[in-house]
Design a protein around this ligand. Structure first.
Ligand SMILES: *Cc1c(COP(=O)(O)O)cnc(C)c1O
Length: 492
């Protein structure tokens, strides 16, 4: 379990316009105070060394209690508010028609506006149910960028996932404000080339998780929607981080500075026919998700499968208390104070890293900072996984857990030579759980990264000693290379 604070949301009813807490001091201030704490501890250097060796240098094999600051993911790791915990006590655990289901539906409809809301226990089940229902073998699913499980579920149903992100989104040096956008010209060309009958839906991921959490503009949403309507193709959002995306629109897009995140979110969804959502992100809960849509026939067909694999229509794999926590959390995620702090805190970590000379992907996205390990360790070739060198060093030096997003996760095999082809970037993602860590924790993370940067030429690469055929990064074992300095003197 990740260190968390039970938070008391301090500014529930603050007026729009007052949400500039801390801005005049140029640093983000938590818009909540702490009511319950979970102790976290940092093992000694010797203990950390022992743990990382025992884990075969794979951070997924380390017990969470042996981690000091856990930045593995922002998914399902949020701290709930006092109001959410109070709501959990109001869980109605009736099999059918529990009152929390009605609150859940009402709360989601107040933001998303779709006619039907189907609960599921997490996002990937929403993908499974939707794709099982509308995909035929050989169909294409365009997206700005598919998230891993969206891609995998598309392929599992015989579909072909297609990523059509704008070119700036592939350029780590570009400072464009909406690097998560869909390439709308490429989308239209693609539809014309393949024919609309081979494309049962177009998806858009907000924020664009796989593309460093970069946002999508309202203009881009509108244009994508227009193209979908022109060709009669349903348009669905993958909405896991919709609230963070709304905040970026407010901050960066002309005409939205005075609009509330709620109004912006409502406008976003007004252009679509439905959405999938993992509530483990902007739902501010530890488990949950849903599918929403307007189409009655689609809802009916999905419900049949839901009952077969997830649960009855009014709970979909969740307890009544979980539905209540989502009903409350999803509204909290749109509070301006919360969002301002959230986005500013992630940027705060990015800024501190830059101050310490650590190369990162700019501009910083909504849920994580991505360190460019390839640039940080030019002496470690991509074939020796520079991202893993940093991930291991972060644990050794600070008990920090991040995740390698480079060759270990994404390398492809050359079909002819069988050799690995490295992805274009070797990154380490430091994902920030929502309302869990304070800025002091993040200062610590930045200092540890800065210290590693000071002795970076001593770090060594890794080789794989065991790997599974699919999703190898979760279970692989690794060995540290002998070259590039004798031993890593972490005291340096
Ligand atoms: C997390 C995530 C999913 C999958 O959701 P789970 O709740 O982890 O199953 C799908 N799409 C995006 C964009 C996500 O971030």
């Amino acid at each position: 379990m990740i260190g968390f604070y039970l938070v008391e949301v301090a500014n529930n009813n603050i007026q729009d316009g007052d949400h500039n807490m801390g801005n005049e001091f140029d640093f983000p201030i938590e818009p909540y105070r702490i009511k319950v704490v979970e102790p976290i501890k940092r093992l000694s250097r010797e203990e950390r060394e022992q743990k990382i060796q025992q884990a075969h240098f794979n951070l997924f094999n380390i017990a969470a209690e042996d981690v000091f600051i856990d930045l593995l993911t922002d998914s399902g790791t949020s701290a709930m508010s006092d109001d959410q915990w109070a709501g959990m006590m109001k869980g109605d655990e009736s099999y059918a028609g529990c009152k929390n289901y009605h609150h859940f539906t009402e709360s989601i409809q107040s933001i998303f506006g779709f006619k039907h809301v189907i609960p599921v226990h997490q996002g990937r089940v929403a993908e499974n149910i939707l794709f099982s229902t509308i995909l035929k073998k050989g169909d294409y699913v365009p997206n700005n960028t598919h998230f891993d499980t969206t891609r995998a579920n598309t392929m599992h149903k015989g579909g072909k996932p297609v990523d059509l992100i704008v070119k700036e989104g592939r350029d780590p040096k570009s400072l464009e404000p909406f690097k998560g956008n869909m390439d709308v010209a490429a989308l239209e060309d693609f539809i014309i080339e393949k024919g609309k009958d081979r494309i049962p839906l177009v998806m858009m991921t907000i924020t664009n998780n796989t593309a460093a959490g970069q946002p999508v503009s309202m203009e881009n949403i509108k244009k994508t929607s227009e193209i979908c309507r022109k060709y009669g193709i349903p348009f669905f959002f993958d909405a896991a981080r919709f609230a963070e995306n709304a905040w970026f629109i407010r901050q960066r897009e002309e005409g939205y500075a005075d609009r509330s995140p709620m109004e912006i979110a409502r406008e976003m969804f007004s252009y679509a026919d439905g959405c999938l959502m993992s509530a483990k992100k902007d739902g501010l809960v530890n488990m949950g998700g849903f599918i929403a849509c307007n189409d009655d026939a689609l809802e009916e067909e999905m419900t049949r499968l839901l009952i077969l694999i997830e649960g009855f229509r009014t709970y979909g794999g969740l307890a009544g208390r979980d539905l209540e926590a989502i009903a409350r959390g999803i509204l909290e995620s749109l509070e301006p104070d919360y969002l301002e702090f959230r986005i500013a805190q992630v940027k705060y970590l990015g800024d501190r890293l830059v101050e310490n000379g650590v190369p990162i992907i700019q501009p910083v996205g909504g849920h994580a900072v991505f360190v460019d390990a390839g640039q940080m360790f030019p002496h470690i070739p991509p074939s020796d996984y520079p991202g893993q060198a940093l991930t291991v060093a972060l644990y050794r030096e600070g008990g920090i857990r991040g995740v390698e997003i480079g060759g270990l996760m994404f390398a492809q095999k050359d079909p002819v030579t069988g050799k690995e082809i490295s992805p274009p970037l070797e990154l380490v993602r430091l994902a920030i759980p929502r309302r869990v860590y304070t800025n002091a924790h993040l200062d610590f993370v930045a200092r540890v990264c800065g210290k590693i940067n000071d002795y970076r030429d001593k770090l060594r690469g890794f080789e794989i000693t065991y790997q599974a055929k699919y999703l190898r990064h979760f279970t692989m074992k690794l060995k540290e290379k002998k070259s590039a300095g004798s031993t890593v003197d972490a005291q340096a």
